[in-house]
Design a protein around this ligand. Structure first.
Ligand code: NAD
Length: 700
């Protein structure tokens, strides 16, 4: 058969095996091969039923997404479905490992499904900004009911075999030998007096929703309320809803139209970029498979504040026992009570059970004595952001930690190389920069110091993945990738206020761009005192933010910041006092105030970040533009549908970005607008940033 599809017969059962490593993707050759094999089984008079299965560790990971966006090649996945569905002999899908996307859709066209106990099934297309486009939105509702289908399709998350059995997504769970059980199932279907009906012909599961579409709509509204401006979740609902009133074939055609519309749109393009970018970020030059991560069976965290607590939670959630060290018992008690409260909230919400909470808490211990942490394999420091404090802590760690322990700092800005010099083992030191709240946010910036050993970086990468983070390796500089880019816009935020915009105007421009929050609401949430302290340590000022802090307005935690929070921390209101302060400061500085529109706000805040991102690439602080996108998507809630700042800049046109940067540079003289050499080069040559970087030595 074509494309690594094999055909064997065991008596009267034909076994068709997809063997296309690593995940048996349904690329062109596999599609052709499966159809040929089905034709052969149909023609073989000794065969009365068929088992379709996957070689290796999975049934199928789905469509071959490298084909997305290219001219489609026939046979298509729908053609494979039609071939399976119209077989006169029953076809059983034998599912092990995963059946994702197109893989699951093909199994829905079979007459029966049997899964191994550890199998996972999903229609994750929504995560690529798409809907299932090969009948999944029409067959799944017919199999398990439209509301249950929405529960699978809209979030796009994997469903385990037991759950799949309980909703009817699979018919059986196999014992130890999936293939033998699948053959037995196929024989039973062949021997039954009536041939099992194809999923497309089943209507019974649709009846309830057809009688009460309002209940379906309410369920859909509930599932999509966090769609955050993304089109795909809503499109999934539209497609599934077709099952209520549109005949199967007409609905399939509409599903295809919606799929193609999304495929050609900006959002899916961005989300597909992010899919590859995340995988790419895990590849670090010099850290191949030959570099073995060190074992982390036991960890310690220094500091039980905002970050220390969250980091400790992330580690114990990943099954790693942690000892937290603090300066005093009171600080430990405070930190532990926050951790307990967080877990109690998770129990109340139903996201973990009481037993699971207790198991996690059971992995935590506390101490004020360094001797108690000496045998940890990894220690993450999260004390105050002051070099002198960090130096004392690392000096102490050097004394007590066992040889080979990984010593990490969660510093936001400070020089990891300088911290490493406090130890006699700088090669064991690196930055592991988590984001707040650390138990929730996915990003982990791994800061590789001058002397950090490769296996120490590999350890941090492996640990990051183990605890469900998205690790990105970056180099040492003030603020690393994310915070350094963020800093590049702070001066402009202030200038925009002085020149005429209100905090609410700026925040609205960010919301309209797709962020969940604008910079001023974000500052109020994080606490304005943090930036204030940081500026003071660097001898910097920010006219408005400093004035607010001097008034004790630190944001939500003090009830007032750029906004006032009289009705609770989630409900900031514009504050006339702040507007008056801004006007007064503008007058003092002789700034003429004027109307400022959203375009100007975006150009003066987001473009400098892109420019700083390009400088970061020039300096080799980030390895690739897509790594920067991953940082911003996972650490700063950059809108997913825009694919990250560097991807978005390329879509907007680098020459346009450079032109506008030059304009604002001319107007304000601020260095954040002076286009980087890399941006200029790429804009001039028409290359992408990655291409411009690859052509070494030609930047200047
Ligand atoms: P925090 O003030 O909430 O907590 C710091 C904790 O460290 C306090 O509980 C304090 O008692 C303890 N501590 C101070 N000195 C100590 C010492 N010598 N030994 C033991 N414990 C000590 O601060 P945070 O927000 O958790 O920040 C901690 C670190 O994480 C800083 O380096 C910060 O820059 C970084 N960080 C913060 C954020 C954030 O959003 N808050 C995000 C990423 C990184």
């Amino acid at each position: 058969m074509a494309g690594n599809v094999t055909y064997t017969a065991d008596g009267d059962v034909a076994v068709i095996t997809i063997d296309n490593p690593p995940v048996n993707a349904f690329g062109f050759d596999v599609r052709r091969g499966v159809i040929e094999a089905m034709d052969r089984a149909e023609a073989d008079s000794t065969v009365s039923s068929v088992v379709l299965t996957g070689g290796g560790r999975v049934f199928s990971g789905g469509a071959d997404i490298t084909e997305f966006g290219k001219t489609p090649r026939e046979p298509s996945l729908p053609d494979v479905n039609t071939r399976c569905e119209t077989m006169t002999k029953p076809v059983v899908a034998a599912i092990h490992g995963v059946a994702f996307g197109g893989g699951l859709e093909v199994s829905l066209s079979c007459h029966g499904r049997i899964a191994s106990q550890d199998a996972k099934l999903a229609l994750p297309e929504v995560k690529l900004g798409l809907i299932p486009g090969a009948g999944g939105t029409q067959r799944l509702p017919r199999l398990i009911g439209p509301e249950a289908a929405l529960d699978v399709i809209v979030p796009g998350n994997p469903v385990g075999a037991q759950k799949a059995l309980s909703v009817g997504l699979v018919d059986r769970i196999a014992g130890d030998d999936l293939l033998e059980d699948a053959k037995a199932f196929a024989r039973e279907l062949a021997a039954a007096p009536e041939k099992p009906s194809a999923v497309r012909d089943r209507e019974d599961k649709l009846e309830a929703a057809r009688r009460d579409p309002a209940a379906f709509d309410a369920h859909a509204a509930d599932l999509t309320k966090k769609a955050r401006g993304l089109d795909a979740p809503l499109a999934c609902v539209r497609a599934v809803r077709l099952t209520l009133d549109t005949p199967f074939d007409a609905a399939l055609a509409k599903e295809r139209d919606i799929f193609i519309e999304l495929m050609n749109g900006e959002q899916s393009k961005s989300q597909r970029h992010l899919f590859f970018a995340e995988r790419e970020a895990g590849k670090v030059p010099g850290i191949g498979r030959d570099v073995k991560p060190r074992t982390v069976a036991k960890a310690a965290v220094i500091g039980a504040g905002t970050m220390g607590g969250g980091i400790a939670m992330s580690l114990v959630n990943g099954g790693i026992p942690v000892t937290i060290l603090e300066m005093s018992q009171e600080a430990l008690d405070r930190g532990m009570s926050v951790i307990r409260r967080n877990y109690d909230t998770s129990v109340k919400r139903g996201s973990i059970s009481e037993e699971e909470r207790d198991r996690r808490l059971g992995r935590l211990s506390t101490t004020t004595n360094y001797d108690d942490i000496g045998d940890a394999d990894l220690v993450i420091e999260a004390v105050f952001e002051e070099m002198s404090v960090k130096k004392v802590v690392f000096g102490k760690l050097d004394e007590v930690m066992k040889p080979g322990a990984v010593l990490a700092s969660n510093t936001s800005y400070l020089d990891v190389d300088e911290i490493a010099q406090m130890t006699k083992r700088p090669s064991d030191v690196l930055g592991m920069h988590f984001f707040s709240p650390a138990n929730v946010m996915k990003l982990l910036e791994i800061v590789r110091g001058k002397e950090t050993a490769s296996d120490v970086v590999a350890t941090a990468l492996a640990l990051g993945k183990r605890i469900g983070k998205v690790p990105v390796v970056v180099g040492v500089c003030h603020g690393f990738v994310g915070n350094r880019m963020l800093s590049s816009r702070s001066a402009e935020n202030e200038d925009l206020l002085l020149e005429g915009a209100s905090p609410a105007d700026v925040d609205k421009a960010f919301l309209d761009f797709g962020f969940l929050m604008g910079p001023f609401a974000m500052g109020d949430l994080a606490g304005l005192d943090i930036g204030w302290r940081n500026r003071k340590s660097l001898g910097q000022t920010a006219v408005i933010a400093d004035a607010l802090c001097e008034e004790g307005r630190f944001g939500q935690k003090t009830g007032k910041g750029f906004y006032s929070y009289e009705d609770g921390p989630r409900d900031g209101k514009p504050d006339p006092w702040v507007n008056a302060l801004i006007e007064e400061k503008a007058k003092e500085l002789g700034v003429n105030r004027r109307n400022i529109d959203a375009t100007e706000i975006v150009e003066r805040t987001i473009y400098p970040m892109i420019n700083e991102g390009a400088r970061i690439l020039e300096e080799g602080i980030a390895l690739r533009p897509s790594d920067i996108d991953i940082v911003w998507i996972n650490g700063y809630a950059f809108p997913v549908g825009k694919g990250g700042p560097m991807f978005w800049a390329e879509q907007a046109g680098l020459s346009h970005i450079v032109e506008r940067l030059e304009y604002w540079h001319g107007k304000t003289g601020n260095s954040v607008f002076e286009p980087s050499a890399l941006l200029r080069k790429a804009a001039k040559s028409g290359e992408s940033l990655a291409e411009a970087m690859a052509a070494k030595g030609k930047v200047a």
